[in-house]
Design a protein around this ligand. Structure first.
Ligand SMILES: [Fe+2]
Ligand SMILES: [Fe+2]
Length: 235
């Protein structure tokens, strides 16, 4: 499996533009999955071009939640690939169709419960109080890989949901963990709780925030995977 970060707050490859938002391409077996689309269509498009990623080769789109820093780049897909299945949290169904009124109904797949999207690729099902969101779990030979958009319902809560259902180890957790508005004390407490769930490689980015990422470094050292826009991670 290969993951390429297309949109992120942080820099990895200086040729690419950084901005508040998240998107990545997941190449798994012979499939190409677009996870979220970042905030601004122009930046999303420019980064795709610089990374030489061709949207004609995508097989499906997964939108974690309705926030614009994850769905703002969707017009790039809407313009050229209305044939792609789009997996969205069921609570986003109405808003999605209002925003993208010409998207074929049969291609919109609202997710409520945990489902298998492709062999080995799952949605956790939507959860959360204020913001409803779903995350992606991918099964690999090294263990499970979790990818989150903003983890609004809580990264620990998402992980607990996964470990409740599966005995497989968590190999990597990548995405926004939403520590950005938390106090230092809260971040430290969350990290202490997180340590009880064994994650081999955390890969925090996007809304994890400056302090959040720094604290991840302190806690996980060299097992942390550096992220940022343009980063390619092979599992
Ligand atoms: Fe976000
Ligand atoms: Fe968000």
């Amino acid at each position: 499996m290969k993951i390429t970060i297309i949109y992120d707050n942080w820099e990895y490859d200086s040729r690419l533009k950084t901005d508040h938002g998240f998107s990545c391409l997941i190449e798994y077996n012979d499939k190409r999955i677009l996870f979220d689309t970042g905030a601004k269509p122009e930046i999303f498009q420019d980064n795709l071009k610089e990374l030489k990623i061709d949207i004609n080769q995508f097989d499906l789109v997964f939108l974690s939640h309705f926030h614009l820093d994850h769905t703002g780049g969707f017009p790039v897909i809407y313009e050229k690939r209305k044939d792609l299945p789009v997996y969205i949290p069921i609570s986003f169904r109405q808003k999605f169709s209002e925003r993208f009124s010409e998207y074929p109904l049969e291609k919109i797949i609202p997710v409520s419960e945990k489902i298998e999207i492709l062999p080995g690729v799952f949605s956790t099902g939507e959860a959360g109080e204020k913001v409803r969101e779903h995350s992606m779990v991918i099964s690999t030979a090294k263990g499970l890989v979790l990818i989150t958009g903003c983890a609004h319902q809580g990264i620990i809560e998402i992980l607990e949901g996964i470990t409740k259902d599966s005995k497989e180890n968590i190999y990597m957790v990548l995405g926004g963990f939403h520590f950005k508005d938390m106090s230092l004390g809260d971040i430290e407490n969350r990290l202490k709780l997180l340590k009880e769930i064994r994650i081999k490689h955390p890969a925090p980015c996007h809304c994890t925030g400056n302090t959040g990422i720094l604290k991840f470094y302190e806690n996980y050292g060299s097992s942390l995977i550096r992220t940022g826009v343009g980063r390619v991670i092979e599992v």
